[in-house]
Design a binder for this molecule. Structure first.
Ligand code: F6R
Length: 515
């Protein structure tokens, strides 16, 4: 709140030059109650206010560097809310006799499905009966009202104890929603992706960039694309991307929220260097969806739990569709393999349901394997799954979990293995089975207890591991989408046993809108 008590703000984002502003304001006599960057905003509003709130907000916004979605109230106009955004999501909800603002559309769906997406630099005044939007020059602009298709039920727990469990269970339906509109008469069609065959042939490499789980989805996607299309794929953390890209590079930017600041920065960088960018995004109207040249939506529906589950599996699904689409367009796949793989993709929702049904015993394994620090190991596609499994475990159960490429253990990490060390071995890749089995033998010989994850019917693994969890048999290229599910459940039940706040783990936010 401002010193004169006139203004109060809520802020999502980060003000990068706040120390400089704070020093200036303190010199001018303003008293700070906190160490937050947000507090500088409210004092600037007081400084610039001379009876015209819009002018004060515009002048304040002009001083701020960084990212912000601001909600402002002023005691002089108690029936109005003022909002402004820059590099941080802000959505207006249009109601009857009431209007709203939020950073995320999921917060609005139980109140209204009519929304206005604000652009960077735009300012709006909301009263119960009106919404006025102005551009950064203060000129009034007419904004279209979009209709959100997500249902209210989808944004509620529907009888489940946590959103995360509900979202794990929704994966068969979510993957079906991602697949169904894109497979017609046995062929993959990607509406929204309009590069001609000539242009596709001109692509010399593909870069996948994202953060967190979306990055791990990219790691799995890489194997699928390289195997089916025989185009080199580089997967880069968005926060580390120093792109060697040009107009012959195709960039896949993956983001559930479409608002992750690092991913947006990477996207802009790649576009500036002439690359064509495809966004693989869940939230319609989000920044990445708008900035990308083409957008392939994942159609997962609202994902509320901070730890992503159906967001991740639908990202994988879109990557698989993309791999098959490209492989066919480039003539890199024979007709028979294409038909088989498309069919197999169509079976994924059913197999996901089987995976969930087969893994009812997971809660029983928790006390044995999720007791202290865990290792997740695997090779190739299984390694990509191990990465995601370890992240899920860390973020919701707060147990220390690391993932290693199984073949790397003997290059150092195996020194950490001691009596009773839990090792989760992902072993779904038939071609690499024997190699991973030798790694299981190595860690067991040093005292580890091994929980293996493999495809049904794998007898060898039963004789080597202490416990085995199975998924249905599936083409290796798509196995990550099934293999991740038991690991999501393991993390969920480990967190539940520890009494953690599963849907809102500490120190984490659903969309990370600061770099
Ligand atoms: C982990 C998780 C995060 C996100 C990451 C990227 O469960 O949810 O690691 O995957 O913050 O978020 P999006 O996909 O919204 O860009």
């Amino acid at each position: 709140m401002s010193n004169d008590g006139r203004f109060a703000v809520v802020h999502n984002g980060i003000i990068e030059n706040y120390l400089e502003l704070r020093r200036e304001l303190i010199k001018d006599g303003y008293i700070f109650q906190s160490e937050t960057d947000t507090e500088t905003i409210v004092h600037l509003l007081e400084l610039y206010y001379d009876g015209d709130i819009k002018a004060a907000v515009m002048k304040t916004a002009a001083r701020l560097e960084g990212s912000y979605a601001l909600g402002i109230v002023c005691t002089d106009t108690p029936d109005a809310l003022y909002v402004v955004r820059e590099a941080s999501p802000l959505i207006l909800g249009v109601g009857v006799g009431e209007n709203y603002f939020a950073s995320d559309v999921t917060a609005l769906v139980s109140h209204t499905k009519n929304v206005i997406y604000l652009e960077d630099g735009e300012f709006a005044k909301l009263t119960p009966d009106s919404i006025t939007v102005c551009d950064c020059a203060g000129r009034e602009v007419k904004k279209p009202i979009s209709r959100v298709t997500w249902s209210v039920e989808a944004a509620e727990k529907g009888g489940y104890e946590h959103f995360m469990l509900k979202e794990i269970m929704e994966q068969p339906a979510a993957v079906k929603a991602a697949l169904a509109p894109r497979i017609h008469e046995g062929r993959v069609q990607l509406d929204g992706f309009e590069l001609g065959e000539e242009e596709l042939r001109g692509i010399s490499k593909i870069i996948i960039t994202a953060c967190g789980s979306a990055y791990y989805a990219g790691c799995s996607g890489r194997y699928a694309i390289e195997r089916l299309c025989r185009v080199p794929v580089q997967v880069e953390l968005a926060s580390e991307l120093r792109p060697m890209v040009d107009e012959h590079t195709l960039v896949l930017v993956i983001s559930q929220s479409g608002e992750t600041a690092d991913t947006i920065a990477a996207l802009k960088e790649c576009k500036a260097r002439g690359a064509k960018v495809i966004g693989i995004v869940n939230v319609v109207g989000s920044t990445i969806a708008k900035l990308a040249d083409f957008t392939l939506y994942t159609f997962a529906g609202p994902e509320i739990a901070v730890a992503t589950t159906k967001g991740y599996t639908t990202q994988l699904t879109v990557l698989y569709l993309f791999a098959l689409y490209m492989a066919e367009k480039l003539g890199r796949i024979d007709a028979e393999s294409y038909t088989t793989l498309v069919k197999e993709l169509q079976h994924l929702p059913r197999k996901l349901q089987q995976t969930i049904d087969m893994n009812w015993q997971i809660p029983k394994l928790v006390s044995r394997y999720a007791s202290h620090s865990l290792f997740f190991i695997g090779r190739n596609t299984d390694y990509a799954v191990a990465l995601e499994g370890a992240l899920k475990m860390k973020e919701i159960s707060y147990l220390h979990a690391e993932s290693y490429a199984a073949g790397e253990l003997k290059h150092g990490t195996i020194a950490l293995i001691e009596e009773n060390q839990p090792v989760i071995a992902v072993c779904c890749n038939e071609a690499l089975m024997d190699k991973t089995l030798s790694n299981i033998v190595e860690v067991k010989a040093r005292g580890a207890k091994v929980l293996a994850l493999s495809c049904k019917g794998n007898k060898k693994i039963v004789s080597q591991a202490d416990d085995v969890i199975f998924i249905p048999r599936v083409e290796t290229v798509f196995s990550a989408a099934l293999a991740v599910v038991p690991l999501q459940l393991l993390a969920y039940y480990a967190a539940k046993e520890k009494g953690c706040d599963i849907d809102k783990p500490k120190n984490l936010a659903k969309s990370v809108t600061v770099e």
